[in-house]
Design a protein around this ligand. Structure first.
Ligand code: ARG
Length: 245
């Protein structure tokens, strides 16, 4: 569809950006994620390249309620906020913890999941009993995650990887002492790596939120409405039982 210059002048900045920049159409909602964070988002399925998980099911319901088709953009975790604020994606569903620092550049939905950081280590390692024991340890994390930010409070020896999977590999190869990671994906890594164990320390709880760029009030309220409907009609609990074992 062609728009006249006059027609364009009447459009808001966002629609203008959508027409010029990124080939997004009005009936598509683009969710950004980093699909290396099971059970929230991971690559799998019969074809082996389908992005699936708890967050993806949430995102599908949000798109459905908005009468739109969901498109998934899988990217590095530390690219998500940039992609959001450049209009490449409409919202982030990626187990993203609501933090004050992130709230300075994006808006979050109501919290939809409570998590905490945990330690993954090799079974034969007994050196971590409390948070203080993290001091000076060699720690692997996912780049840009809350684990990454926290680890730096304890150690100068923090290596950040694009995926938690790579961090776990580093641990299996004994190149680091531990991985600091979110609880649910840690359990899922544990299930695949019987030589590892999980140590729970006294970390503060974290709350995941879906993120939109600032001033996307309509989308944000649609997202919150879907979340609260899913909580009250049992769909949220059904997703928890489907994805968290
Ligand atoms: N909750 C952590 C954070 O915000 C880690 C999230 C990582 N998510 C992912 N899909 N890789 O920072």
């Amino acid at each position: 569809m062609k728009k006249s210059i006059l027609g364009l002048a009447g459009l808001g900045l966002t629609s203008l950006l959508m027409l010029t920049g990124c080939g997004k159409s009005d009936d598509v909602l683009v969710v950004g994620t980093n699909a290396s964070f099971p059970p929230f988002e991971y690559v799998g399925g019969p074809s082996g390249d389908e992005v699936k998980g708890f967050d993806i099911d949430l995102a599908r319901q949000i798109a459905k309620d908005a009468g739109k088709t969901l498109k998934i953009e899988n990217m590095n975790f530390d690219s998500l906020i940039v992609a959001l604020n450049s209009g490449k994606i409409d919202f982030v569903a990626s187990g993203m913890t609501i933090t004050e620092e992130r709230q300075a550049s994006v808006d979050f939905s109501a919290p939809y999941y409570e998590a905490t950081q945990v330690v993954l280590m090799n079974k034969d390692n007994d050196s971590i009993k409390s948070i203080d024991d993290l001091n000076g340890k060699r720690i692997a994390v996912q780049l840009g995650s809350t684990g990454d930010i926290m680890a730096k409070n304890y150690s100068d020896n923090v290596t950040a990887f694009n995926t938690g999977f790579e961090a776990v590999m580093e641990l299996r190869n004994a190149k680091v002492d531990l991985v600091l990671f979110d609880s649910e994906p840690a359990i899922s890594f544990l299930n695949q790596n019987p030589q590892l164990k999980m140590v729970e320390l006294d970390f503060e709880p974290e709350f995941y939120g879906l993120a939109v760029s600032k001033n996307q009030t309509e989308l944000l309220s649609q997202i919150n409405t879907t979340l609260s409907n899913m909580k009250s009609n049992g769909a949220y609990d059904a997703l928890v039982s489907k994805h968290m074992k």
